[in-house]
Design a protein around this ligand. Sequence first.
Ligand code: GBH
Length: 481
Amino acid sequence: MSGLDVSVFPHDFAWGAATAAYQIEGGWNMDGRGPSIWDTFCHAKGRVFEDHTGDVACNSYQLWEEDLKCIRQLGLTHYRLSLSWSRLLPDGTTNHVNPKGVAYYNKVIDDLIACGVTPMITLYHMDLPQALQDLGGWSSTEIADIFESYARFCFKTFGDRVKLWITVNEPYVCAKLGHEDGIFAPGIKNPGISVYLAGHNMLRAHTKAWHTYNTHFRPLQAGQVSLALNSDWVEPLDPGCPKDATAAERYKDFTLDWFACPVFCTGDYSESMRARIETRSLDLGYKQGSRLPRFTKSEPSPLGTADFFALNYYTSRKVKDLNDGSKKNELSFEGDQGAEGVVDPSWPICGVHWLAVVPDGLRKLLKYIKDMYTSLPIYITENGFSQMGPVQIEDADRSQFYQDTLQEVGKAISQDRVNVKGYFAWSLLDNFEWSDGYSVRFGLFHVDFSTPELKRTIYRSGREYAAVISKHHSQPKPKNI
Ligand code: GBH
């Protein structure tokens, strides 16, 4: 990454890396942690690649100090981690607090701050307490208030030191992969119905947590709260084909805009998304009310419930119309969306099949977010590149990827005037990559899962990322005028 011009990044730019509790912590049944839906999902055979589990993962629960060394070696200014809800509250409710869970995160937070690293904390990264799933999980109305109590507990316990919060990570992925496709926990396949309900309750949960922070904690703690939305950059497959152009709009309606419109634009789902779902319900003879829930006046509005925009970007897609395709008569999310995202043959696929490498898609998406949604600061809360097969510590291709991507972020800042505040590489460590188990590696550090020491070894991309950060910090600071 030595070719990267770091001078365009603001002097207080957040250089980060991200992880998530279930993907790194292990210690799944230690010291009073309650089970989460991912424990259940992994322990049922046949769900995850070679039945891998997060039982041990990187063992960050016991090896936190090794992680801290990695963070320091990179010279990160920020570290994004998530809390395991069921480690703090084993049955999901504040009726039972696990003091050892609280002590663990207190140590992590204190150690980070002592090392000059700013924590960004995600409250929910895919790992619902199993006890709450047993009550209906994200499909139940009550979950929003239960989440609000959990969030309040975390703000109260950690908010004196933590100033950057993410409520829910990727509601799209949790709803779609967990409740429509069933390939993520809780493994529900209820096409065209549960996905909208789960997404809706995540938005309600986020909204309540933001309002709680805003009213009760912001005055004293002065932090910021948002939710992390994942999005590909999309364009019509054939820009000259009106059907593809409309399909690309629909694709956006059902992905980024599904959550961004209520929070940043109107307080409700877009007219086009709602109309599309209503029409298809009629066409398919679905009569049990609206599949896309409504926000009610008795609850606070999602509009304005973000203090910054948190974006997870990995890849891009070309969109083709699917209106007359096989999903036409199917009650499903994809049928509603009526659009299919495909990979352009010129894009390299690196590692896992879905990750086409398109760094300039990130620049376009950043500008799009600024133009369409908000002038609030944007944090890129995840972005990364995967490796499969034999371990390559000298990962020149990943180093190139980070250089190209950061170059595009730099252009977004200097040429498009997008207020990008920070960048978090996914991930600090090789870790449990959900349904792909340990077969897909996203780390800046390799973790040797074959030995109990779980030794961390820096990849070349990690060394080069560290060099970028240090080069940026050795630049002269702008003078205060
Ligand atoms: C992020 O999601 C997650 O927040 C993070 O936990 C994860 O480790 C990281 O990505 C890397 O995957 O197999 O064709 O069904 C990014 C969104 C959701 C994109 C899952 C790929 C699987 C596509 N990802 N999706 S497929």
